[in-house]
Ligand binder design. Structure first.
Ligand SMILES: Nc1ncnc2c1ncn2[C@@H]1O[C@H](COP(=O)(O)OP(=O)(O)OP(=O)(O)O)[C@@H](O)[C@H]1O
Ligand SMILES: Cc1ncc(COP(=O)(O)O)c(N)n1
Length: 446
């Protein structure tokens, strides 16, 4: 059975906020999205250039049309723009009994007003009392509650006022604007407070409020309890901000796809690397080339999602010599590699399409062979590493890979270094996928 969620909101031509963000969010949760457009905005990541409000009658008709034929399991409101639209929405929504999430959108991230000054009373009187939950940010909560919010305690007071005095069933005051080290949201519902915490991340924040309230709506549509819906929405929004795509010249938009793409890509990476490692272990003369420190074989998520070592899969405990054979110590895991993960993440800063690498014991003969086969080879010399980088934990590999790439001024297939005191010389092979990397290895040692 497919669940249906309705968004009653404005359109953002930049696809970052409003209806567009809501639909992408519904989709990410596998919920069928329905829309009642209140206003068409000409908008990008920098500014709102024009606002054209739909007539209240047409807004109401959109809601009726979808409820009466398709059915609505939960709905949300976003930009309502003016008092007439607010009244029409309230009158229409009242006829039905689906839970309503109210995101009291007032001002866009770019600073443009999205609710007329004279519509505030109508919002408070007509819409707030219909809400299962209201989701104001700090400035919106200040307007609704009439109190100044400077701390978590103030946020709690405001949430309580919105419920007890304005008549919403629940209120969640968001902490994105509180300036704390964590993004803390407080929910007041059923006479109790609940806090939702996530690390404050650098990323893309256009459309956070819309996507967060849409995620709550989608999960209510799926039958989740409000507290659970908020918990999931919080995880969803943190991920969407962190993995946002840097498009446009202003506030870049949340990436709702991260929620479904990351698990899907992780599975693809896992499968592809598992297959390649299995084949690697069957190579007859491999033991000869396994370094003393062991060998690893890594594959990173696509560039947008490859931020740190946890976004790179590798062999847990590496592949080690075992008598005359080789053995993987553990299975394929994300975060299993440290050195090679840093190498591939640095490589991807130059060539994002190259997502896989493995390391081999150094031999001069292999390097000669690589060149004679037409593979592009570069190197770095650990003795040339600047002191300030040496002093920094984990700085050598990124410096080395960068140095080798800049030296070649091209995309290398192979990078080697001759070691240093206590450091074994090493060869690294790079490829777009584990399959390609393995092919290069087979050319070399086959
Ligand atoms: N930089 C950040 N890192 C982590 N979480 C954040 C960040 N910014 C906002 N959030 C979270 O995102 C959700 C939306 O909060 P925010 O306060 O940004 O909403 P908003 O101002 O209504 O958004 P919008 O301006 O898009 O309408 C909340 O859960 C908030 O805690
Ligand atoms: C149509 C529409 N609805 C809502 C927002 C708020 O989102 P943000 O504060 O991230 O700009 C917006 N900019 N446009």
């Amino acid at each position: 059975m497919i669940r249906k969620a309705l968004t009653i909101a404005g359109s953002d031509s930049g696809g970052g906020a409003g209806i567009e963000a809501d639909l992408k969010t519904f989709s990410a949760f596998g919920v069928h999205g329905l829309v009642a457009i209140t206003s068409v905005t000409a908008q990008n990541t920098q500014e709102v250039r024009a606002i054209y409000d739909v007539t209240p009658e047409v807004v109401a008709k959109q809601i009726e049309a979808v409820v009466e034929d398709i059915g609505v399991d939960a709905a949300k409101t976003g930009m309502l723009s003016n008092a007439e639209i607010i009244k029409a929405v309230a009158k229409t929504v009242k006829k039905y009994d689906f839970p309503l999430v109210v995101d009291p959108v007032m001002i866009a991230k770019s600073g443009a007003p999205l609710l007329r000054e004279d519509a505030m009373d109508a919002l408070i009187e007509k819409i707030i009392p219909l809400a299962k939950v209201v989701t104001p940010n700090r400035p919106e909560a200040e307007k609704l509650s009439g109190i100044k919010i400077e701390s978590l305690e103030d946020a709690k007071k405001a949430a309580k006022i919105i419920v007890e005095e304005l008549g919403a069933e629940g209120a969640i005051v968001k902490g994105g604007h509180l300036g704390l080290s964590e993004a803390v949201d407080v929910l007041y519902f059923n006479g109790e407070f609940k806090e939702y915490r996530a690390p404050f991340v650098q990323g893309c924040t256009h459309g956070t409020g819309c996507s967060f309230s849409a995620a709550i709506t989608a999960n209510l549509a799926k039958g989740k309890k409000l507290e659970e819906a908020v918990r999931i929405a919080k995880k969803f929004i943190t991920m969407g901000i962190y993995y946002g795509a840097k498009i446009g010249h202003g506030h870049c938009p949340v990436n709702q796809n991260a929620w479904i793409e990351i698990p899907a890509e992780k599975w693809r990476v896992y499968e592809s690397l598992s297959k390649a490692v299995k084949e690697l272990l069957t190579l007859e003369n491999l033991p000869k080339y396994v370094p003393e420190v062991g060998m690893n074989f890594v594959y990173a998520l696509p560039k947008l999602y490859a931020k740190d070592k946890d976004d790179v899969a590798g062999v847990k405990g590496r592949i080690v010599k075992f008598g005359n054979t080789v053995k993987p110590v553990g299975g394929i895991e994300f975060g299993a590699s440290d050195h090679l993960a840093r190498a591939i993440l640095t490589f991807m800063e130059f060539f994002p399409e190259v997502r896989s690498a493995l390391n081999l014991k150094y031999s001069e003969e292999l390097i000669k062979k690589a060149s004679s086969l037409g593979l592009k080879v570069s190197f770095y010399d650990r003795r040339e590493e600047p002191e300030e980088i040496k002093a920094k934990e984990g700085g050598t590999i990124p410096w080395g890979i960068k140095t080798a790439i800049e030296r070649l001024n091209d995309r290398p297939d192979v990078i080697y270094h001759l070691g240093d005191r206590g450091k074994e010389p090493m060869i690294l092979i790079f490829g777009e996928s584990p399959e390609v990397t393995l092919k290069k290895l087979k050319m070399l040692i086959g």
